[in-house]
Design a protein. Structure first.
Length: 223
């Protein structure tokens, strides 16, 4: 049964079966992870921006995201050279049309390819400058357009996992990524606020030894 954002209803399973419909694509998702990551304010924003039509999907919940992060970071060897390859968990996906991948809101978290100290103030092939904002000693935000002109919002959080080599939290921080081609909202501050809320939930759920402080809002310099 398709579940619309914030409880809008759909036909019952019995009626669908009676009509002989294949409900695989519209199977009811467990949207609790999206709810937690976005919070009440984020859910209201998503509802308002989509006219209540957004359908939430959680490919990976926080428990599986945590396990994936731990497994990859625990296997990290600081002596190894070469390109690092990590997987990220898709923890929240929203669409108004389940078949339209061009218009979606997505949040992903996982180990970062980049160290926390990496500088992102470069200019992309689209001519747009990537903007980096240091929030505090454990958290920073990055946003800018990709080669297709879509704004990507990223957050980096130092997260020390028990038993890993020294400086692991700096060498492989948590990376959160948000992309939004669904809502039509172009406000950078709004998106980074939603991303910070998600990052706080993830950092708390990952039990980081260093207890990073993730604030509720970006610095005032972010407009």
């Amino acid at each position: 049964m398709a579940v619309l954002l914030l409880g809008a209803g759909a036909c019952t399973a019995d009626k669908d079966q009676a009509k002989g419909k294949d409900k695989v694509e519209d199977a009811a998702p467990d949207d609790s992870t999206c709810n937690e990551l976005l919070g009440d304010a984020g859910l209201k924003w998503l509802k308002d921006r989509t006219g209540g039509k957004a359908r939430l999907k959680v490919p990976d919940d926080l428990k599986s995201a945590r396990a994936l992060f731990y497994r990859q970071v625990e296997n990290w060897d600081p002596e190894k050279t070469g390109v690092r390859i990590f997987q990220r968990a898709d923890v929240c996906l929203a669409r108004t049309n389940v078949a339209d991948e061009r218009r979606e809101f997505e949040i992903r978290f996982g180990p970062s390819y980049f160290t926390f100290d990496t500088r992102f103030d470069d200019v992309s092939s689209t001519g747009d400058k990537t903007v980096e904002t240091l929030v505090n000693s454990d958290v920073k935000l990055v946003h800018g357009k990709d080669n297709e002109g879509v704004v990507r919002y990223r957050v980096y959080v130092k997260c020390k996992i028990p038993g890993t080599p020294a400086k692991q939290e700096n060498e492989i921080p948590i990376e959160g990524l948000m992309a939004d081609t669904l809502t039509g909202d172009t406000n950078t501050r709004v998106h980074l606020t939603r991303l910070l809320h998600s990052a706080k939930v993830v950092a708390d759920g990952f039990d980081c030894e260093n207890k990073p402080v993730v604030p509720d809002e970006p610095p005032t310099s972010v407009k």
